[in-house]
Design a protein. Structure first.
Lengths: 57, 215
């Protein structure tokens, strides 16, 4: 591996460090929001009257 | 920036590149699933006669879509967190007391995408007292060893064992390790007595990372 390739990989590593730290927290927030949505829908299904005509989604 | 720092950053870049490509496809799937869910809700609202509960079947189908999105994004979130713990850590991070087996599992999380349908990984984790280590660097070394070991089809076995003065992690697989990046990252650990050795045993390649307990 030549010096130029090493330097480019190093730059990628530097960038990945910055991007990765930005990814983790927002993704965790999205996961929590979806978890709450699924929980709400589960409770709605459990309390619903049963099969009704539907056009589906 | 000196040569050692440049080389360590380059190793981070290689690892981040491999993992980042695994992030893209699931994130795209999540986006499409959520798009379909929103489209379905839009059509329901447009066709709705007024304020009435969502039909049973429609809510069930919507629930499946949202649940799939949740499972996918949960996996991506864990992967992103593991990636960040390695590539976003300071290069000269102060050692901290860690569970070596937990570091092995984080490294496996980063390398698991390399184990395709024809590959498998077996963990045999021994009881190891907490050790004082640079967790980011150890995870990165192990991730590179696992990525090398998973380069060809077959079973890779990861074993951890306590030693009188430290611990050893052994990665055994069918592929000969390229060694370059694991050695490169491990270089900074050598001053603390850590080392990687390679050997062949019954047609399999063994890479052993030995870590010495701090006095």
């Amino acid at each position: 591996m030549d010096e130029d390739e090493l330097a480019r990989l190093a730059a990628r590593g530097l960038l990945a460090g910055a991007v990765a730290s930005e990814l983790a927290a927002p993704l965790e927030r999205v996961a929590r929001m979806l978890e709450a949505a699924v929980d709400g829908l589960d409770r709605h299904v459990a309390a619903s009257r049963g099969p009704e005509p539907t056009g589906g989604f | 920036m000196d040569e050692d720092e440049l080389a360590r950053l380059a190793a981070r870049g290689l690892l981040a590149g491999a993992v980042a490509s695994e992030l893209a496809a699931p994130l795209e799937r999540v986006a499409r699933m959520l798009e379909a869910a929103v489209d379905g809700l839009d059509r329901h609202v447009a066709a709705s006669r007024g304020p009435e509960p969502l039909p049973y079947h429609a809510v069930g189908a919507l629930r499946e879509r949202v649940a799939d999105a949740f499972l996918d994004i949960g996996r991506v979130a864990r992967l992103a967190a593991d990636l960040a713990s390695v590539v976003a850590a300071p290069l000269d991070r102060a050692p901290e007391v860690v569970d070596l087996n937990e570091l092995v599992e984080r490294a496996l999380s980063l390398a698991r995408h390399r184990f395709g349908a024809d590959g498998d990984v077996l963990l045999d984790l021994g009881t190891i007292p907490p050790m004082e280590l640079d967790p980011a660097r150890v995870v990165q070394v192990l991730a590179h060893l696992l990525l090398d070991a998973a380069a060809t089809a077959g079973t890779v076995t990861v074993t951890t064992a306590a030693l009188p003065d430290g611990a050893r992690v052994t990665v055994a697989g069918p592929a000969a390790p390229s060694t370059r990046f694991a050695d490169l990252v491990a270089g900074g650990l050598e001053a603390e007595g850590a080392r990687i050795t390679y050997s062949d045993e019954g047609g399999r390649t063994l890479a052993e990372l030995t870590l010495v307990r701090r006095k």
